[in-house]
Design a protein around this ligand. Structure first.
Ligand code: MRU
Length: 341
């Protein structure tokens, strides 16, 4: 995706490590960084300098290839990288793409690169299939950031939007701000603004009313792990959005590459849900009027928080899964057919 006059992916291989756009600083600062050790790769994933399921998988794949080049112990490195974020199964998928080649550094790097290219190709295909669901004049609602920052290029939920706009359709997007880390207002709104796509940021609690008032035509979100029965884990707040969409009779689609499907997990309730630090809820971060990045506490000093980072949307609420092999039902048969293709 283009930023200014340069093309970027969310993460990339560099001579001395893994380059990435530091997403913690967006939208206020666009800064590039390099992780040049396994510890730095692990920290970038854990601290969410890079985030989004497919991008996490690609970063981990390059991290493992780097460890192979540095002659590190395979089990230890695999374990460190695999434990950085528990919900997005793409992490393991990326590591497993490189693991068989670990003893040959050139082959390991080639495998990481191939995994990167495959995720980008999948994201583009998702856009081609998904854009058929978006009519000209439609308003699309989305949650969190499932754009190119989250999927190396194109995105998952946003890829159909980008493809629909490329095809000349008029599309507007309602972006849930996505508390607590605000990936919607910080990242999705930034991406859409870069691309010149009409959008408005909504407080998370506002979207149900917009659905009920008929102001949204379709909801598309990403996913971090899809169970064998079609249940989908995604950013916290996705489940209430799906409930509200069903109540309003608005289609709710989940867009994800097949690397997000975990056939080893039978039901959504079996998906591990990451619990993150209380401070993400108790504080907000942003730019002061004086132009400085700052963090302020909102809740009383005495208060603790509860901070599950993801929730599970039951398959029954999902109109379909938009994958790189086509749109399939959110069901055991649908998931099986996507993995078979
Ligand atoms: O905690 P994050 O920001 O990594 O969560 C990201 C999401 O929940 C995305 O919707 C998901 O990874 C799909 S991204 C293409």
């Amino acid at each position: 995706m283009k930023v200014g006059d340069r093309w970027f992916r969310a993460v990339w291989w560099e001579q001395n490590g893994v380059g990435y756009i530091d997403q913690r600083l967006l939208p206020h600062r666009f800064e590039l960084s390099v992780a040049s050790s396994t510890a730095e790769v692990a920290h970038a994933i854990k601290d969410m300098a890079i985030r989004g399921a497919p991008t996490i998988g690609v970063m981990a794949a390059y991290g493992l290839a780097m460890a192979s080049l540095n002659g590190e112990n395979f089990e230890a490195t695999y374990g460190i990288l695999n434990s950085t974020r528990p919900t997005a199964v793409n992490l393991k998928y990326g590591l497993d793409a490189v693991a068989p080649h670990y003893s040959d550094p050139d082959a390991a790097l080639e495998a990481a690169r191939a995994h990167d290219e495959a995720e980008v190709a999948a994201a583009e295909k998702i856009g081609e299939y998904g854009s058929a669901l978006i009519n000209s004049g439609a308003t699309v609602s989305t949650h969190c950031n499932a754009g190119w920052l989250a999927a190396q290029d194109w995105g998952t939920a946003l890829s159909p939007v980008y493809k629909a706009v490329e095809a000349g359709k008029k599309v507007a997007v309602i972006v849930d701000e996505t508390r607590p880390r605000l990936q919607g207002s910080r990242l999705t709104a930034w991406e859409l603004a870069q691309y010149g796509i009409e959008h408005r940021v909504a407080a998370d609690g506002a979207t149900a009313s917009l659905l009920r008032r008929g102001e949204i035509d379709i909801v598309i979100t990403g996913a971090d792990r899809i169970a064998a029965n079609g249940d989908a884990a995604n950013k916290i707040g996705t489940y209430p959005l799906a409930l509200a969409a069903q109540a309003a009779g608005v289609p709710f689609y989940v867009a994800a590459p097949t690397s997000t499907i975990d056939p080893n997990v039978a039901l959504g309730d079996d998906i591990p849900i990451e619990e993150r630090d209380d401070d993400e809820v108790l504080y907000v971060e942003g730019l002061t009027d004086a132009g400085e990045l700052s963090r302020v506490r909102v809740a009383p000093q005495e208060s603790r928080a509860v901070n599950p980072a993801f929730d599970v949307t039951p398959a029954a609420l999902i109109s379909g899964l938009i994958t790189e092999v086509g749109i399939v039902a959110a069901s055991v048969d649908g998931v099986r057919s996507a993995l078979r293709k």
